[in-house]
Design a protein around this ligand. Structure first.
Ligand code: FPP
Length: 235
């Protein structure tokens, strides 16, 4: 058995390859998102049940609004379906679901579904699922800078108290730094995902589409993670 202290605190996943998974099977892209949502539900519960405290997932980027409106609509409806129906499962599993991203541009029914999921799970304590939706890493840093400027202007922030740790309070969620980042589908980019939080994360880019990324594939990466020697800039 692995020493539980060696577990990563915070795992982040860029869930890439849903579209290609579907196209290669002769389905439309939306079918890939549906399969991806099933993978996320099972994998999320599995990861947080292992004792990993936080799982962040990239569900929709600020740039994803540029996609075909039919695909955007499908995804928004899928989010509503998941947040309004599946909250019971997350409640039962004692998982707290939080959201990161801008609310601007999101449909009122999507915002309501987000509220429902958040409210229903807010007292849960086993682990946190952070769903990044209408999210951009640079946007998060801009929004944090604005919050900092406001706090300074209002006199609630002493600039001497702003440091690498306290900066987290101004991000969308005050979560620990990311230890392990996974991007599926064989693409080697971080695509504007949690830029501040991943400063020292170990990165893995498995050559597999997200709908096929299951518990066994996650465990293989975890084994590799244990072997890496994390130095945090020291020697
Ligand atoms: C990227 O794959 C994936 C997305 C833009 C959507 C991710 C959404 C899900 C996994 C759905 C479930 C999420 C929740 C929170 C219910 P892509 O479509 O860009 O794939 P491609 O690169 O092969 O085209």
């Amino acid at each position: 058995m692995k020493d539980v202290n060696l577990l990563p605190n915070h795992v982040a996943i860029i869930m890439d390859g849903n579209g290609r998974w579907a196209m290669e099977r002769g389905y439309n892209r939306s079918r890939g998102h549906l399969e991806g949502s099933k993978t996320l539900e099972k994998l999320g519960i599995y990861i947080l049940n292992k004792g990993i405290k936080v799982l962040s997932v990239f569900a929709f980027s600020t740039e994803n609004f540029k996609r075909d409106p039919n695909e955007v609509n499908y995804l928004m409806n899928l989010f509503i379906e998941m947040f309004t129906k599946k909250y019971k499962i997350f409640k039962k599993e004692n998982i707290k679901v939080v959201f990161s991203g801008r609310t601007k541009n999101l449909r009122p029914d999507v915002l309501q579904a987000i509220d429902k999921m958040r409210e229903e799970t807010k007292n849960n304590t086993r682990g946190i699922l952070n769903i990044c939706l209408n999210y951009g890493g640079q946007e998060e840093l801009i929004d944090a800078s604005k919050k900092i400027a406001m706090a300074y202007k209002e006199g609630t922030l002493d600039l001497n108290e702003l440091n690498k740790e306290s900066f987290y309070k101004y991000l969308y969620q005050d979560l620990p730094p990311i230890d392990l980042l996974i991007r599926t589908s064989g693409e080697y980019r971080i695509s504007n995902f949690m830029l501040y939080q991943m400063a020292y994360s170990e990165m893995f880019f498995p050559n597999i589409y997200f709908p096929d990324f299951k518990e066994v594939e996650f465990d293989q990466i975890l084994d590799e993670f244990y072997k890496r020697n994390r130095r945090f800039g020291g020697n």
